[in-house]
Design a protein around this ligand. Structure first.
Ligand SMILES: [Zn+2]
Length: 340
């Protein structure tokens, strides 16, 4: 998390919502998935538990004007008129957004947008970061030489540190090499063990296209979260970045309908290059969202908009969202660095 994000979260714990709500500006927030119960938070860090998520949704309903995403053009034109406007989003395209989250949000009449990584909707292939973490935590103890990684993975007692380090090393690889590394990890599992682990962590299953269509029919806006769930950083080739945007848009438009919105996988400063946002713009999207903390500012680059990740439990969510404008100078500085 960014320093501004940490400071905002720290302040949010102490400042009552009523004191900071008048400071509020329009904002975008996102979650990933929602599960009845999590078995292992180290591997299911993307998912809220149902009761927590329902409490978050009720809080958003009570304290904000949650709007459908097409209203963003108006809101950006005149943010002073919409100080409590909020856009709610979910990234990746987990199956539990239909089986759990959609009912909760529909009961409260909260509009939301799903950003789906289309390769994973096409194939059901799990998120490579989840697979790398699964390997680090669940593979038998031992020493594993994995292609493209600088050192062998030594799985022993301190699996958490290995998991974190491996993920950072993978994120600094081009997608093809990273996929080869993850495939090599999966090949070291006993196939039956791997199959049962994938079944056990069913939270990581993706929607299929019929299920995405069902969400669309229920009023959910469908956006693109790249084709493959991989960073769009300086380690990726221009042709890969083009594929990530053009193909994702084409798949959604073929299966669902017009697709105007994009969110970057991972979405932090180190995950988005100048070529990445150019590729999003050139593919014909209208707006794209990062995961930098900030509020929606009319002067911002529309292809690098800030967005706030809702953490697993968000008792002080209203205060946190009302303080997001504190992050805007950092967002603006980064946008200037990536300009041109
Ligand atoms: Zn994602």
């Amino acid at each position: 998390m960014s320093r501004i994000g940490q400071i905002a979260r720290g302040l949010g714990r102490f400042i009552p919502a009523e004191a900071v709500r008048p400071l509020g500006r329009p904002a975008a927030v996102f979650f990933h998935g929602v599960e009845a119960a999590t078995i292992d938070p180290r591997l299911q860090e993307n998912h809220h538990e149902t009761a927590d998520f329902a409490a978050i949704a009720r809080r958003l309903k009570a304290d904000f004007d949650v709007l459908p995403l097409p209203a963003i053009t108006d809101v950006l034109k005149n943010p002073d008129r919409h100080p409590h406007a909020l856009f709610l989003m979910s990234d990746d395209g987990y199956a539990n957004t239909l089986s759990v989250a959609a009912d909760i949000l529909e009961d409260l009449r909260l509009p939301w947008t799903l950003f789906a990584s289309t390769h994973h909707i096409d194939t059901g292939a799990r998120n490579p970061i989840f697979l790398a973490r699964l390997f680090a935590f669940e593979a038998p103890a031992g020493r594993y030489a994995i292609p493209h990684l600088p050192d062998p993975l030594i799985l022993g007692d301190d699996r958490g540190a290995v998991a974190d380090r491996t993920v950072w090393q993978l994120r600094a690889l081009d997608m093809t090499s990273a996929q080869q590394a993850v495939d090599a990890m999966m090949a070291r599992f006993d196939p039956a063990v791997l199959e049962s682990l994938l079944a056990k962590f069913s939270s990581e299953r993706f929607l299929n296209w019929d299920q995405v269509r069902e969400l669309k029919r229920r009023g959910v806006e469908i956006g693109a979260h790249a084709h493959r769930h991989w960073p769009m950083n300086e380690f990726q080739s221009p042709s890969m970045l083009r594929k990530q945007t053009v193909l994702a848009k084409a798949r959604i438009e073929a299966e669902i309908g017009p697709c105007r919105y994009f969110s970057y996988p991972f979405g932090n400063k180190s995950d988005i290059s100048r070529s990445a946002w150019h590729s999003v713009r050139d593919a014909g999207f209208d707006y794209a969202f990062t995961t930098l903390a900030g509020s929606l500012d009319p002067n911002a680059n529309p292809f690098l908009l800030p967005r706030f990740g809702i953490e697993a439990r968000a008792a002080h969510l209203t205060a946190l969202i009302s303080l997001l404008r504190a992050g805007n100078p950092r967002v603006a500085r980064w946008q200037r660095e990536l300009a041109g």
